[in-house]
Design a protein around this ligand. Structure first.
Ligand SMILES: [Zn+2]
Length: 411
């Protein structure tokens, strides 16, 4: 075996439930595929073992929503949303037309993701095609898995950030040819209209057409903030709701990731369910910008796939452990507490379902690619509850120690 890790295994099962082995073994072959995940004793494995006890071995975290060009502006407390975009985000994102700057920040980004134990990420780039290519290159080189999109926006923001539909389509097609499906689908291109307010109806339609033509993931924001919702219906008066703007543009479907989904009606959630679209829940961002509280119960009760997003830089950390803790707080605040195994599921397998890679990653199961993190644990013989509590809440001094994608350790 190329990798044999002995430690406490903790992972959601794809079929439901949680794998927990206080003394477990994970075996990974030379292709990076998991060949065994279970009790150490039952494996009867005689080869050399990398003993990381008492540490936890979990699936790599999956961040279902973050912004590459906001890496350096974490903590800019200039919210709410539309003010924060104008004051902090747009001026920073406009810098990414400078190749050297984009390259420096992309290197910081991949370092921070790996440090946080994030092995798969859904990223918005800026509207700069060259910065988007730089982001892809950095992920490719670092060994991370993810989807990346050129951010389409022809309205709002300084002129340097605006891109016409024609230019956005042409640049996206070039990026698709170069990067979509890279390294056996480790990287994919996502059609990424920033949000309805930054796009005309025709731009949104072109985005829907492009996604349909190439069978691409789509990612965008929806119903993050009350004022944004009102302004959206003003800008798109033909639509019956915020969701309907995307629906009419052909942007809903099984490969669509809708970030936030806070101010939606039951009818909206029904429509998201009907179209099999997915949701990235970004609680830390929602706290920071005062956007509101998303309720997990309506989408989960409808069987809608939900993952967790850091939403850096409105989220204050790349750590999905922090995102899980925020999701816990948010669920308490809306009166529907969420159990700890469900939080781990949202930050791993749930994210894989949202990004369309659940057959490949998101859990420690035989036949899957070995995207794995090792996280220090304080107690040598933990229970499931103690292991989950430590992973999600006890993060002061227990940073992720190691991070692997397809069994290959990231530097
Ligand atoms: Zn966002």
């Amino acid at each position: 075996m190329a990798l044999a890790l002995r430690g406490t295994l903790l992972s959601p099962h794809a079929a439901g439930g949680t794998l927990f082995e206080a003394d477990g073994l994970l075996l990974v072959d030379a292709e990076g595929t998991i060949r065994y995940a279970g009790p150490f004793r039952a494996a009867k494995y005689r080869g050399p073992v990398d003993d990381v006890r008492p540490n936890l071995i979990t699936p790599g975290f999956i961040d279902a929503h973050a912004h590459f060009p906001q890496t350096r502006i974490i903590g800019c407390a200039t919210g709410p949303l539309l003010d924060w975009l104008a004051n902090s985000v747009f001026p920073e994102e406009a810098r990414f037309t400078r190749a050297a700057y984009a390259k420096t920040v992309a290197a910081e980004l991949v370092g921070r993701l790996a440090q946080a134990g994030t092995t798969t990420v859904a990223l918005f780039s800026s509207s700069s095609p060259s910065a988007t290519a730089t982001c892809f290159s950095a992920l490719a080189e670092a060994g991370l898995r993810g989807i990346v999109g050129l951010t389409w926006m022809e309205r709002l923001g300084p002129p340097a950030l605006r891109i016409t539909t024609k230019a956005a389509v042409a640049a996206s097609e070039r990026l698709i040819r170069r990067w979509h499906g890279f390294d056996h689908d480790r990287l994919r291109f996502a059609v990424t209209p920033r949000f309805a307010l930054s796009c005309s109806r025709s731009m949104l339609r072109a985005a829907g057409d492009l996604a349909g033509a190439h069978d691409l993931p789509v990612q965008t924001h929806i119903a993050e903030n009350d004022h944004e919702g009102v302004a959206t219906l003003k800008a798109h008066p033909y639509a019956s709701s915020y969701l309907d703007v995307y629906d009419q543009a052909g942007l809903l479907g099984p490969r669509t990731i809708l970030a936030h989904a806070i101010h939606l009606t039951r009818r909206d959630f029904n429509r998201i369910g009907e179209t099999d679209s997915t949701i990235a829940h970004c609680p830390d961002s929602n706290f920071f910008l005062g956007s509101g509280r998303m309720r997990l119960k309506p989408p989960l009760s409808l069987g809608i796939r939900v993952g967790l997003g850091s939403d850096v830089a409105a989220g204050r950390s790349f750590s999905m452990r922090r995102a899980m803790a925020s999701a816990y707080d948010n669920a308490l605040a809306v009166g529907h507490p969420v159990a700890l195994p469900e939080l781990l599921r949202l930050a791993t397998f749930g994210g894989a379902e949202v990004l369309g890679c659940a057959a490949t990653t998101g859990s420690l199961e035989v036949g899957k690619e070995a995207d794995v993190v090792v996280v220090p644990q304080r107690r040598a013989t933990p229970t499931l509850d103690a292991a989950l509590a430590g992973l999600i809440f006890d993060t002061d001094e227990t940073h992720v120690a190691r991070c692997y994608v397809r069994g290959r350790r990231l530097v």
